[in-house]
Design a protein around this ligand. Sequence first.
Ligand code: XIL
Length: 323
Amino acid sequence: DQSLRALGNRHDLRIGTAVDMAALASDTTYRERIAKEFSTVTPENVMKWETIEPSPGSFDFSAADQLVNFARQNGQQVRGHTLLWHNQLPTWLTDGVANGSITADRLRTILRDHIFAEAGHFRGKIWQWDVVNEAINDDGTMRDTIWLQKLGPGYIADAFRWAHQADPHALLFYNDYNIEFTGAKHDTAVALVKSLKAQGVPIHGVGLQGHLGLQYGLPDAPTLAANLKHFTDTGLAVAWTEVDVRMPLPNDVYKSQAQAQGYSIVAQACLLNPRCLSLTVWGYTDKYSWIPGWFTDPPQGAANLLDENYQAKPAYQAMRTVL
Ligand code: XIL
């Protein structure tokens, strides 16, 4: 068995993908390849607040439950994504904060209730939770969100404590992008998780999203491994949580080779660190990818392991070679 999941299992490393629930329902090939190639899955959108709690206090877990059931049927572990973020919040929440009808005290209760409801609903079924997502700016300051504005910096520790009470067995992660490279954001992330640990906050891991782009250049594997070690030296686990390697379109043979190198260094860095638990790609086929819709100047895409027709690109071969 040369599937990514089988190769990963030899290193006790779970290989995952984000899952688009519409594609899972409509596209048999998409579904079969996920079952075959991956040992962990992450909902691309359906565990986010706007989907889970579309109106105050009323919860819709149906789409997320479908994924959890799919994972159980296929012997896969689930990464929960995400309990607390500044994006994809329901409008009742953002409007309520903006017009003052939701006070700071009320917001704190809303957050607590949301975390207890969601983490409680999936209690025992989630391997790793991205408890807090993207709380740091690229310049290393804390992101100016409604959470920081209304609740103060302690909201992060609170979120972890509540998630742990709601599901004591899940591994709790802080997840962010661009923290795989050294610099101000990396330093703040290391300092943040160190201080959470020092305060006895239940945090178990750091998720490195791994949204890479060829136009920015790629580090080498030892450099990336050293950066991961800054996090595991704090006593935490790490995981690659959202890996893709985008490029200015169109793709060509040189770019697809460079992209293979991108996936290769990510996998190598993980294998070089015994506390790197999983490597999740943010989609595995160019047929369904968030990149073309989000990165348009210049137009980017072709970021995944397989092309639009489920044909393996050099990146897929590179992953197999490394694993
Ligand atoms: C993206 C999804 O892929 C898109 O479908 C959605 O429209 C926006 O969010 N960092 C994250 C993910 O933590 O949740 C984001 O997912 C990509 C960036």
